[in-house]
Design a protein. Structure first.
Length: 131
């Protein structure tokens, strides 16, 4: 059977991002963090990569030392179904801090509550409280 892993490339902010996400979602489990060593392209000791398990999905989070002309886009989102109104409110508030709200939390007719945002790192999140 095939297996899909989502790779998320940051530019110097991966460690801060995973710490934020782990503080927002109780099931965002960070595996062993690998750091840049002597002779590698990143600063020695800086975050290089880490595997993450999140709601049954595997992510690979990494920092890219070279700067790129691209970053994350709202074309691809992490879509998360939450269980309670309190949970979605807290997650939306924390993730939208310093980011951009594309659709504020509301009842859009297809769920109890839904919101879409790009966090301060540019990662697009669609948070949903199913009906």
């Amino acid at each position: 059977m095939s297996k899909v892993k989502t790779h998320m490339m940051f530019q110097g902010e991966a460690e801060n991002a995973v710490k934020l996400y782990a503080s927002v979602f109780s099931d965002f489990q960070i595996g062993e963090i690998e750091r840049y060593a002597e002779g590698e392209p990143g600063p020695v000791g800086a975050f290089k990569t880490a595997p993450v398990s999140f709601a049954g999905h595997e992510l690979i989070i990494f920092d890219s030392p070279p700067m790129h002309d691209f970053t994350f886009t709202p074309s691809i989102s992490l879509c998360v179904d939450l269980e309670t109104p309190e949970e979605i409110e807290a997650a939306f508030a924390k993730l939208s801090e310093g980011g951009e709200v594309m659709m504020p939390l509301d009842d859009y007719g297809f769920s109890q509550r839904f919101g879409w945002l790009a966090d301060r790192y540019g990662v697009s999140w669609q948070l949903n409280l199913p009906a």
